[in-house]
Write a protein that binds this ligand. Sequence first.
Ligand code: SF4
Length: 415
Amino acid sequence: MRNVSQIVNGKRKIIKKPELLAPAGNLEKLKTAIMYGADAVFVGGKEFSLRSQASNFSIEDIKEGVIFAKKYGAHIHVTCNIILHQDNLKGIEEYLQTLDDIGVTAIIVADPYIMKIAKDMDLNLEVHVSTQLSTLNLKAIEFYQKMGMDRVVLGREVTYEDLKTIMEYAPVDVEYFIHGAMCIHYSGRCMLSNYLSRRDANRGGCSQSCRWYYDLYDDGNLVNQEDDMPFSMSSKDMSLIDHIGELIELGVDSFKIEGRMKSLHYIATVVSTYRKLIDTYCEDPDHFIQDESYRQELLKAANRALCHGFFYEHPGVEEQLFNMRDEHPTQEFVMRILDYDQEKHLAKIEQRNYFKVGDQIEIFSPHHPNLFFTVEKLYNEDKEAVEVANHPMEILYVEINENVLANDMGRKVIR
Ligand code: SF4
């Protein structure tokens, strides 16, 4: 097992903290992920990347992201994990050279040709093997190491028992999914979307066909005809919030959060929750208490019910959402703080969802504990009193008696 800790003044401390790697679908999310505690962010460029709908980073955007990340000591990884068709080959060398020139730390690749040329070009870019290749064993990792790869992103299907073996001998860095959506097929090996909507999951176009509603037949008879609950093949989302300590002790190099399509609120909530947990654990691992608060925090932004994915073994019936038993967030993102006047106790905010006078709001932040207040005084941009905030992105002022900070976020507590 890798040595991850040492005794400092009689107390064991973790000296090898894992990287916390977050997703971002645009620059605002990238900056938020870093401000809320991500060590690195992965983004998709407009070219050579899966998740085409989430890949809205131009080269200029990536450059701005790299400059912002550097101020925080963070890193930017760019997905180049398209499976190349013959007509995709043109321009790949120039693209990789540009990413290298602007200071991107790593590219995430799936196609052997991109792996080869990225190494042949002798760039500073690290080359990470994408989860699209479903790497599940040590021998495969050794194969990629011989090809010069710097890191392997494991498939979500690796159990904790297999991970223990992998971490004992892995010759390169290992990245492991800790949070996010799951496919009902092996990641990247699904043709449902191609077949049902002609959208190629391996070219970033997955239409999430597994989560659609289906008629279910048993021996020719429609089973769910009278049922209010339609049948779907959707999986619960994965969360390893209860196992972060075990994964840190194994020496996993990077903890990956999935979801470049997810909202700003989701990214801020998930990143800050794992950040706090990782830091608390590493400071004093032998006295760490895994209380429920971390899970409760995640549930405030969860889109679906959570499960442990493949951590223990292959997921069973309980890990699926056959009847779309979705759980919705217990709180709704309603405001982002832009500024705070300490003398007037007035926060300038950007409205994100409907709220009104009388609603209870929870403010969360990377810099202070969560705090609650009830909206009593609300003003529009002309400082006229209003009762409701119902225009997305409208600038408003709200009275908050406790100090808040720019970039804190507010959620409406749903009772
Ligand atoms: S259809 Fe579902 S299982 Fe298939 S790739 Fe898309 S999300 Fe994954």
